[in-house]
Design a protein around this ligand. Structure first.
Ligand code: NAP
Length: 280
């Protein structure tokens, strides 16, 4: 369709063929994910839903992982099908090895390949002083947010071919950039770990033709942030030069870019998508 439009324009304005190719490439083909098969963990809600829809809008077929919310996952599947792409939901707790192995087996059974993994599933803990943080609370956050991304990356490494892309979800709350909230040490440690995981796997994956990067969202409007946005929106907004909280689609767009062929030379980096918070 895009090429047909380009040809029509070129014929009308009598452009030479080289200009036509450049025109068509520049304006119609960038970030095209047609035919790519993607798995989005935590795709049933919030940022994961935004990522799943962004990938599908660029042409990818999407497996939507969820943990407990089968109904929400099914709604995302329906939205993707309505875009004319393939989609199905797959239940798995990303913190459980057996679940993750089963989830990848389901994707491979359906499509026989995986081009894009968006490692997005995560939880935020209740904010508590360290003296009150229990071992179980600590372990749960690290297991889902960090071990979950390790387990999925490990399965992806077994099946991904050159040209594939892994995009991990970190956070501005991951250490090293001067953003501290306090009382969420397990969360910040897990996201700092995600950045370390991303960098080290980039070294391993590079020679295999697989790219791995992280997106680090600022504050995005989802179920996870409902309470802090309601409680402190004015104070938080003063930190954001763009003057608004992020939307899941803002992160989806960044992930779709990193998943595209155009991001081929980008690996091992953290893309902060924060409305300018870190710059201010
Ligand atoms: P959310 O609205 O609470 O959605 C969380 C998603 O993760 C849901 O799809 C949920 O599935 C899934 N999930 C939770 N535990 C899981 C598990 N054990 N196994 C598989 N899936 C699981 O959260 P969000 O705000 O979209 O956050 C998504 C990611 O972005 C997280 O990694 C989060 O840390 C990160 N992040 C968020 C923000 C923000 O401002 N929102 C900022 C920085 C980073 P169910 O629907 O089945 O429960």
């Amino acid at each position: 369709m895009a090429v047909r439009v380009a040809v029509a324009v070129a014929v009308v304005v009598k452009l030479p063929i080289d200009t036509l190719s450049l025109f068509s490439y520049t304006f119609f083909s960038m970030f095209d994910l047609t035919g790519k098969k993607a798995l989005v963990t935590g795709g049933s809600r919030g940022i994961g839903r935004g990522i799943a829809l962004a990938l599908a809008k660029q042409g990818a077929d999407v497996a939507v992982n969820y943990h407990r919310n089968a109904e929400e996952a099914q709604k995302v599947v329906a939205e993707i099908l309505a875009l004319g792409r393939e989609a199905f939901s797959v239940q798995a707790d990303v913190a459980q090895t057996a679940d993750v192995v089963r989830m990848f087996a389901a994707v491979m059974a359906k499509w026989g390949k995986l081009d894009i993994l968006a490692n997005n599933a995560g939880i935020a803990p209740a904010m508590v002083p360290i003296e009150q943080m229990t071992d179980d609370q600590w372990d749960l956050v690290i297991d889902i947010n960090l071990k979950g991304q390790f387990l999925c990356a490990r399965e992806a490494a077994k099946v991904m071919k050159p040209g594939s892309k892994v995009i991990n979800t970190a956070s501005i709350a991951s250490g090293g950039v001067g953003v501290g909230f306090g009382r969420i040490a397990s969360y910040v440690a897990s996201k700092g770990g995600v950045i370390g995981l991303t960098e080290d796997l980039a070294v391993d994956f590079g020679p295999r033709g697989i790219n791995i990067n992280a997106v680090a969202p600022g504050i995005i409007e989802t179920d996870m942030t409902k309470e802090i946005i309601t409680a402190g929106s004015q104070g938080l907004l003063t930190k954001i030069p763009k003057g608004r909280f992020g939307k899941p689609a803002d992160i989806g767009a960044a992930v779709a870019f990193l998943a595209s062929d155009e991001a081929e030379y980008i690996t091992g980096v953290v893309l902060y998508v924060d409305g300018g918070w870190l710059a201010a």
